[in-house]
Design a binder for this molecule. Structure first.
Ligand code: XIL
Length: 350
């Protein structure tokens, strides 16, 4: 018997909380022709979490549950329960899904840690994995991060990983071809951090390699700028980096944005963070191939930042009680400006 799916979460009130019906971020983003989103943690049963997620966003990514280690413990054995829950939530709330990620050097299943098999066997495992995961969600994922973070941080090279070491750097073109075959309708992204210009040797090497992939006919549709940024970030530099990929005709996505700040964060710091959110979205909206803007979580109550960057946090648009912060208002401002401009330039309907 088909399981009855849950009804959608009812939106309580607009985030402005002033009693008036204020459009949510997703309504404004739609008027700008982009998607706005966040990653999703396994907290869909928490009413406040689910309510804000459904109300404000139309583009979701599983924070961890589509990673290889979360899906599979033994070769050929997969557990899709948590990933399916998010897919179901997204369908009920008319949200597009960004799949993350088919191949990553991190979050590997036990059978790939300390891998001692042959190159041919590993290629086969990669093919089967991509087929299994992208094939399961075929037609339901708008964009896939096919490979994540393959470049070294300190030199013009690939980072060592089981894939680059055992297969060689050809594992990347292979993975894109497998993904295209498994889900021909999905857009395929390359996703990485510090492509916003913080480490020139890395961003330049990525750009050169992406051009080589395109020249070889690798089916790559866009670049995901993770954008794990901080209060000292240079938005102009990030815009320059995005521009050169847009010039190649590639789609541009911001995939994992957070602006971490030193803790405890005072009012002035959060106001600065609000301007950074606004300014980054503003520059993105200027690229004709800019498609989607996602933060890595939406509430400070659920963020990877404090666990990863010592002494930093408060990086997201909502606080721990789901109250909108200046970052949220910064995003609204950029979207409102853009929606206003597009309304003026749109051709009349009749
Ligand atoms: C992080 C998650 O947020 C954590 O919960 C997990 O423990 C490790 O991974 N770049 C990525 C994301 O591509 O998958 C990472 O997510 C953050 C950095």
């Amino acid at each position: 018997m088909k399981k009855k799916s849950k009804p959608p979460v009812r939106a309580k009130k607009a985030a402005a909380g002033n009693g008036k019906k204020t459009p949510a971020l997703r309504d404004l983003a739609a008027r700008c022709g982009i998607l706005i989103g966040t990653c999703v943690a396994p907290k869909l049963d928490e009413p406040d979490y689910a309510e804000v997620l459904a109300r404000e966003y139309d583009f979701v990514t599983s924070e961890n549950h589509m990673k290889w280690s979360c899906l599979s413990n033994a070769p050929g054995v997969y557990d899709f329960a948590e990933a399916d829950r998010m897919m179901d939530f997204a369908r009920r709330h008319r949200q597009a899904v960004h799949g993350h990620t088919l191949l990553w050097h991190n979050c590997l299943p036990p059978y790939l840690r300390g891998y001692a098999g042959s190159r041919e066997e590993l290629i086969d495992m990669v093919r089967v994995h991509i087929n299994t995961v992208a094939g399961r969600y075929r037609g339901r994922i708008l964009v896939w991060d096919v490979v994540n973070e393959v470049f070294a941080d300190d030199k013009a090279d690939f980072r060592p990983s089981v894939f680059s070491t055992v297969i060689g750097r050809e594992f990347v073109p292979m993975a894109y071809r497998f993904a295209r075959e498994a889900d021909p309708g999905a857009k395929l992204l390359y996703n990485d951090y510090c492509l916003e210009g913080q480490i020139p040797v890395k961003s330049d090497f990525c750009y050169q390699t992406v051009r080589e992939w395109l020249a070889e006919g690798v089916p790559l549709d866009g670049i995901g700028f993770q954008a794990h940024l901080d209060n000292k970030s240079d938005i102009g530099l990030a815009a320059e980096q995005m521009a050169r990929y847009a010039d190649l005709g590639l789609d541009i996505y911001v995939t994992e944005l957070d602006f971490r700040v030193p803790l405890p964060a005072g009012k002035a710091m959060l106001a600065l963070q609000g301007r950074l959110y606004r300014d980054l979205l503003r520059v993105c909206l200027d690229f004709p191939t800019f498609r989607g803007f996602q933060t890595w979580g939406f509430t400070d109550g659920c963020s990877w930042v404090p666990g990863f960057f010592k002494g930093m946090g408060d990086s997201l648009p909502f606080d721990v009680k789901y109250r909108p912060k200046p970052g949220y208002h910064g995003l609204r401002t950029a979207l409102e400006e853009c929606a206003g401009r597009r309304a003026k330039t749109a051709p009349p309907l009749v």
